[in-house]
Design a binder for this molecule. Structure first.
Ligand code: TRP
Length: 452
């Protein structure tokens, strides 16, 4: 049997898990969210904190999610139900996978709108609208898109259609084959763009901004933003990686596979930063611009680049596919559950969930124009969902999931899951999760909320 063939839903080659999980991790979080959150939170100092969060919070929680998924090989809701029937955990823990499913659902409602922006930009790229564009032109192009709900609705619908079709087919099929080609292409394209951006942009100021450390920028708000971004970018805290763990071959070291996923995720985010910040500083774009930062900067690079139309086309196709391989992991939890529990066909379940997401997504895209009212804390629905999921739901989900794994699931059950040879990996991970990740997440989340 070829190494990569899927046998009863179990991926036999370790690389297949790595590709599938990287496909979920690498997405708009790296190319859209990372640069703007880095911009908003002051650059270098944030980056150091972010790397620490990836290592001390993101990686241990990712391992916890994957290990639990591989141990039980079922969807998170049935898993917790089953554990409570066996009296291993209290039935109230079933709230955790429900919360996770709802988080994924809510993230997808705005994620799909942003993926829609990427398709809209793909359309503009291939029709040559970026040619010789100026900073003012790029800003007004983006503002025009935001002011045209019908166009956003069209692309949001196209994207959700793609998500439903892909999730409906079952995630195992074809996913890692796509990511295997996509990821190297994305990395190579980003490296080329970063080189060009540093040539035409302000490289020294960009490097200074991204990599210079300064203590005074660090507050708990900033640290919470880093935790939220780390969880978002690694797709942890809502059971998405749980599903991939369930498909992972027993022969593979979970710790090693997850470390590779974290490395790839950070690499892509850093490259995106190196593409965007040189332009931000030489074209006088506001570094604190927020969610528009990536979409205002990118057309400028393509508009000035020889063969830019072609490169822009390739780049936005890659971005849309990267968004798709992430988006499917957000629906997977409920779709798998509906399918396994109620025997609803996957496609039907995906359609049901997809329609609900699509519907809420319409409210999200309207909140960027006609319905731009501030609902709470001076934020509109789009901003509220973006912040609420990253700063509240994902950290809370990650804390609960980690507490469940570290304190309630029997240690022996988890230990069997880590390959015997790697007992030291297990010790490291288990202690870090228990004594560093969980307390750190609790303190940071509470302090961040209070605004300390
Ligand atoms: N990690 C993805 C990105 O960077 C987004 C994502 C996919 C996600 N699945 C998730 C975020 C689950 C949180 C939870 O674009």
């Amino acid at each position: 049997m070829p190494e990569s063939r899927c046998l009863q839903g179990i991926w036999s080659s370790p690389w297949i898990f790595i590709f599938a999980a990287s496909g979920s991790a690498v997405g708009l979080g790296n190319i859209w969210k990372f640069p703007y959150v880095l911009g908003e939170n002051g650059g270098g100092a944030f980056l150091v904190v972010y790397c620490l969060c990836l290592l001390l919070v993101g990686l241990p929680v990712l391992i916890a999610e994957v290990a639990l998924g591989r141990t039980v090989r079922s969807n998170p809701i049935d898993t917790v139900n089953d554990l409570s029937e066996r009296r291993i955990v209290h039935p109230a823990w079933v709230l955790v996978p429900w919360l996770a499913g709802i988080t994924g659902f809510l993230i997808l409602t705005f994620y799909s709108v942003i993926a829609g922006w990427s398709i809209a930009y793909l359309d503009r790229a291939v029709t040559g609208e970026f040619n010789n564009i100026t900073q003012v032109g790029a800003s007004s192009m983006f503002n025009e898109l935001l002011a045209t709900p019908s166009e956003m609705l069209l692309w949001h619908s196209v994207f959700m259609g793609l998500v439903v079709l892909t999730v409906g087919q079952s995630v195992t099929r074809g996913l890692s084959a796509v990511v295997r080609i996509l990821l190297p292409m994305l990395v190579v394209t980003l490296v080329l763009l970063a080189c060009y951006s540093m040539m035409i942009g302000n490289m020294s100021e960009a490097l200074n901004f991204m990599f210079r450390w300064s203590w005074q920028n660090i507050t708990f708000d900033v640290v919470l933003a880093a935790v939220g971004l780390a969880l978002f970018s690694l797709s942890v805290g809502m059971g998405a990686m749980f599903a991939y763990g369930a498909y992972m071959s027993k022969r593979m070291s979970i710790a090693r596979a997850c470390s590779i996923v974290v490395g790839v995720d950070l690499l892509v985010a850093l490259l995106a930063g190196l593409v965007i910040f040189p332009l931000v500083f030489s074209f006088d774009i506001d570094v604190q611009a927020g969610p528009s930062l990536t979409f205002v900067s990118l057309p400028i690079i393509f508009g000035n680049l020889l063969g830019g139309q072609f490169f822009a086309g390739v780049f936005f196709v890659l971005l849309v596919v990267a968004a798709l391989t992430s988006a499917i992991s957000m629906l997977e939890l409920f779709v798998a559950w509906l399918h396994e529990k109620f025997y609803i066909a996957r496609l039907k379940a995906a359609l049901l969930m997809g329609l609900a997401v699509w519907f809420v997504g319409i409210a999200v895209l309207l909140s960027l124009n006609h319905w731009d009212s501030k609902l709470m804390y001076g934020l509109n629905l789009f901003e509220l969902l973006d912040k609420f999921t990253s700063l509240i739901l994902l950290p809370v989900g990650a804390i609960l999931l980690s507490v469940l794994v570290a304190w309630f699931i029997p240690r022996s059950m988890l230990q069997n899951e880590m390959i015997a040879k790697q007992t030291n990996h297990f010790q490291w991970w288990y202690k870090t999760l228990k004594y560093i990740s969980i307390p750190a997440m609790i303190v940071i989340t509470l302090a961040g909320w209070i605004g300390a």
